[in-house]
Design a protein around this ligand. Structure first.
Ligand code: M6R
Length: 600
């Protein structure tokens, strides 16, 4: 959600900024812009829409060696050229890009900026106007920048250029992600290392409420009082080829296909040489010492949490509650005496989850983050982290992160059960390896799934996914996948719950996709299928080998009953993919959505 790139060095900046912004497209955006600075002044280009349109609008004859750019996902003000970043102060001296939300922008406007004419509806413009206002009083850009930052409430990642200073990018961060990349004779700023990985793999973390003065040959981190902070750089552990599509038409398809490899990677990472489970001893202790687990997550990660609850309760016998992050803070349940909070987040940046983490830390409870991005905010701020090892997930629709989350939760549950001395008849590594093979069988059956998509989903306006027990949770994920990328209205329902109201929506031809992978509910779910068929539904049953019936549309290979979500989700991911493809939707960048949701 929103992405920032900045560069100061020797080379021409336009291409570096545009290239960087393209790498951040996956985060989701609806307008974009860049500003460069040279002896002729600031050159500003902004568009509503895609980077391709921005590229068209840029004057290629301009040469400049410093600049900033941003992709905007609208919060305050509609997506438009006027509201696109960068924004400028009234005199045009200061030009700034911002990710995040300034909560007190109206107060600041009323208090300091009553006489200023605003060119946009954004909260961002208040920041740049405030800096200029403070600058007119103190005549020192760094000081005005610092002072302005200490007035802001909310989240921000900011990069700014001063028309009269050709040697500095002014950078600041609070709650929104931002990194400084270090080069030889140049330095860069990026919301995500992926944007500038072609230039450097050395990065400096910026902490909340820090200011950074980024120059061509050095970088100075300060706190809000101007005190200098020293920090070592780290090497970004991403391979540039991981963020390329290769021969795939879409990242989503590539990421679906990568799932078996991710399973094998997880098996490797969480196993010692003598085949014992390998887990941080602090995580073990935290799991062992708690009396109840609270899983906090959003979207697909929440759905993985629902599956994780089953693992932990069934195997480790610890009660688990799974909460939607954005609801938790406002409706906190009564907590147990010794709670452990587990945050599940692919990106590690989800603002709703982070808001809960901040609150829980204030309350002093232990916290564990399960994430795909080790240096992310949720990872840094929680007491402990478990990595997903899924590799960068670029498509907005989460696929391989979901299955990685489930695999890591299974390992965590088994490890805890063993630490507690419970005897369990489930070898997670062996069963994960079987699941990985099954995933491979399924990803080779794309033609069959594409045919099913044509038959059931190509022309429909809505669809239902039904299942019971574990299958119900996978149905919720299948429905989310379908709606977010194909825009077909879809709901995941507990099979037994339909008759309590929702069955009224079933009409002649309504597609109902039913999962039947659980032996104990196989008859029950098939009864629910008959109920909808009797009312005209077009049923597509996806069952598991051993539980199948002749009329089933698709049968997945047999895997351990606990791990069926890893496998049953694959056809659902592919159904969503083909439905979006057949409808001409932008599969990797669905409308209105962002990959990393950094606003609450
Ligand atoms: O990065 P996170 O896992 O915290 O993201 C949570 C949700 O925003 C995310 O899972 C979202 O629902 C995906 N677009 C689903 O495909």
């Amino acid at each position: 959600m929103c992405g920032i790139v900045g560069y100061i060095g020797q080379d021409d900046t336009k291409e570096i900024l545009l290239n960087g912004l393209e790498k951040l497209e996956y985060r989701g955006y609806d307008s974009a812009g860049i500003a460069t600075l040279n002896d002729q002044g600031v050159h500003l280009f902004k568009v509503k829409g895609r980077i391709a349109a921005l590229r068209e609008s840029v004057d290629n004859s301009i040469h400049a060696t410093m600049g900033i750019g941003q992709t905007r996902w609208a919060t305050h003000g509609v997506p438009s050229k006027e509201n696109a970043h960068p924004h400028q102060s009234a005199s045009g001296r200061f030009t700034l890009v911002h990710n995040g939300v300034i909560e007190n922008y109206q107060d600041l406007k009323a208090e300091y900026l009553r006489d200023i004419h605003f060119a946009s509806d954004t909260d961002t413009e208040v920041i740049v106007q405030l800096i200029e206002k403070l600058f007119t009083e103190i005549n020192d850009t760094a000081e005005a920048f610092r002072k302005a930052m200490s007035q802001l409430k909310g989240s921000y990642a900011i990069a700014m250029i001063d028309r009269e200073d050709h040697d500095t990018l002014y950078v600041a961060k609070n709650k929104s992600p931002l990194l400084v990349g270090l080069g030889d004779g140049f330095n860069v700023v990026a919301s995500d290392a992926m944007a500038t990985l072609n230039l450097t793999n050395q990065y400096l973390e910026i902490h909340d409420q820090e200011i950074v003065l980024v120059r061509r040959n050095y970088v100075e981190i300060q706190d809000l009082n101007g005190q200098i902070i020293h920090r070592e750089a780290f090497v970004a552990q991403i391979d540039a080829s991981d963020i390329e599509k290769g021969t795939y038409p879409h990242f989503m398809l590539k990421e679906i296909d990568e799932q078996p490899f991710v399973m094998r990677k997880i098996i490797n990472e969480y196993q010692t040489e003598d085949n014992q489970l390998k887990l941080d001893k602090n995580v073990r202790e935290a799991m062992n010492n708690c009396d109840r687990i609270y899983i906090i997550a959003a979207g697909t990660s929440y759905h993985a949490g629902l599956v994780g609850k089953e693992f932990i309760e069934k195997l480790a016998k610890i009660p688990v509650e799974v909460h939607i992050a954005s609801e938790f803070s406002y409706n906190m349940p009564l907590l147990s005496d010794k709670p452990l909070f587990i945050f599940i987040s692919q990106s590690g940046e989800t603002a709703d989850s982070r808001a809960v983490l901040v609150k829980i830390k204030e309350m002093g409870y232990p916290t564990l983050t399960i994430t795909n991005v080790p240096g992310s905010t949720l990872s840094r701020e929680a007491d402990y982290t478990l990595n997903l090892y899924a590799g960068p997930e670029i498509a907005v629709a989460s696929t391989k992160a979901y299955t990685a989350q489930i695999a890591v939760l299974a390992i965590l549950a088994v490890d805890t059960a063993k630490t507690k001395g419970f005897s369990i008849d489930f070898d997670p590594m062996q069963e994960l390896a079987i699941a990985a093979n099954a995933m491979e069988v399924l990803t080779a059956q794309k033609d069959t799934i594409e045919e099913l998509t044509r038959k059931y989903l190509d022309t429909t306006r809505n669809a239902f996914f039904i299942g019971r027990s574990t299958d119900y949770h996978v149905c919720m994920e299948g429905a989310l996948k379908l709606k977010e990328i194909s825009y077909i209205q879809a709901e995941g329902f507990a099979g037994g719950e339909l008759k309590h109201g929702t069955i009224a929506l079933i009409e002649e031809g309504t597609p109902v996709i039913a999962l039947a992978t659980q032996e104990n509910v196989n008859y029950a779910i098939r009864g629910n299928v008959q109920e909808v068929v009797a009312r005209g539904a077009s049923d597509m049953v996806i069952s598991m080998k051993g539980l199948e019936q002749d009329t089933d549309a698709f049968v997945i290979p047999r895997v351990h009953e606990l791990l069926t979500p890893l496998v049953s989700v694959v056809p659902l991911q592919l159904l969503a993919y083909y439905a979006a493809l057949h409808r001409g939707c932008d599969v990797d960048k669905p409308r209105n959505l962002a990959k990393s949701v950094t606003v609450e």
